[in-house]
Write a protein that binds this ligand. Sequence first.
Ligand code: MF3
Ligand code: CO
Length: 267
Amino acid sequence: MTMFRRVKYKSEAEFAKLKESAKVVAVTLAEVAKCIKPGVPLTYLDQIGEQCIRDHHAIPSFKGYEGYPAALCLSVNDVVVHGIPYPNQYLRDGDIISVDCGAVLNGYHGDFCYTFEVGEVSKEVHALCQRTKESLYKAIEVAKAGNTIGDIGYTVERYVSQFNYGVVRELCGHGIGKDMHERPDIPNYGAKGSGQRIEPGMCICIEPMINMGTHKIVMENDGWTIRTRDHKPSAHYEHQLIITEHGTEVISSYKLLGEVIGTEELY
Ligand code: MF3
Ligand code: CO
């Protein structure tokens, strides 16, 4: 029995459009990166992001999605994901902020995310960010045709468990294309060899959400903001990949934002 039929496989022409959309997100994250420092209001970052997306003739896909009110999800410290930029919220030295950005261009979606450090962060928090990003890179290594979706989650979970971090279970990565969220779901946990087989034609977003403490989360009354239950920090990175006949290609990129913040980024 399979419930895996509803993946929308993409053509080469569609892959080309997805790459263009991902490029808009890459440029936008770099523009936002330029503004990340202590004292900056979250609403300003959101304005910069939205303007950049629109300057590239794209549409911020998060805005209005199931009523979400902003262009970016800005998730600070114990906010895991879906942080709404509220007025009178300012970045502080030592914060981490995940900037999640989605843009739709020519009908195809780009969606990825990076967690930035604000000023000087503690060694523990820096390690959380680095290891979360490493878990994503290890997952990308196994995200190839012939392996399964379960191999991705297994890889993330196995890597971060050595640090006693919590893997968020309620939220997943996803397929992406004409819709921001397509099949399959891509959990950050799982058993080796389980789930759907990864095949050419897929475009997927892998997005580990890793907590320094408990894996447990709570949602705020706004229906969006997800926090860690113990209020310890959480990191979130997301890359967007295509699976082709010739292998896997990461179509998202941190290179531009890396130039801004002075980091050497693999993808
Ligand atoms: N970026 C999220 C994801 O990767 C989706 C955010 S939806 C929003 O799946 F409405 F909160 F913006
Ligand atoms: Co996503």
